[in-house]
Design a protein around this ligand. Sequence first.
Ligand SMILES: [Zn+2]
Length: 262
Amino acid sequence: MPQGAGQALLWGGQDFQHPAATHQILLQDGTRVAYKLERAARRSIGFQVSTQGLSIRAPRAVTLAQLEAAIHEKARWIAQKLQEQRERADQALEQRIAWENGAVLPFLGGELRLQLHPAAPRGGSLLAVGDGAWALHLPVAQGASAAQVRAAVAAWWLRHARNLFTERLRHYAPQLGVQWHSLRLSNARTRWGSAKSDGSIMLNWRLLHCRLPVLDYVVVHELSHLRVMDHSPRFWAVVAEASPDYAALRAELREHASPLWA
Ligand SMILES: [Zn+2]
């Protein structure tokens, strides 16, 4: 029952629906949960609650009845995590950006304030104005529409993202002993990056909202895939070479909610 591809959150009423849900269950407290089930070569049942909803990885030998019993046993934890994700998503929805002079965007873990005036330098200028505080001066005419403001900010943002990501890739690639060849910016709602064995890297421009160490973790993660393609312990050992705190950074990224650019 996948619906609304690309949209992370689709639940309504009391129900929690994973966009790629394959199964549905009614918990004892009346919560209806549509979840994604994947069969895998593993020994135990793994539960994961993300912004998308509940996904479960189960050994092939586990029957559906056994699986449902395991879900009921974990029902409290599941319902609580789903509720937390929903609250976080609601907060993210509230963080709609007001596309006007003085608007504030989360930027590298701090705050960037838009300063729109026609005489600002072409291409914009970014100034640090305090600890984690930035001002972005953009040449936007008085009376510009929200769509025009957003377009001007987006153009600057993508350019800045590309420059910064390139610099971080150049910094970490020699440390990891890998070579990358191309960088593309992606726009996914929930995916932060990807890497192909031919050395092409994709990074999400929303990473520019995150603290630099978190952004760096994603850069290191993708570069590490040029040495190990899977997520085996060998892969995480490579990540740890350049990002020893990767576990905490990964957790922070999971908690991160980007604002809507609508
Ligand atoms: Zn990966």
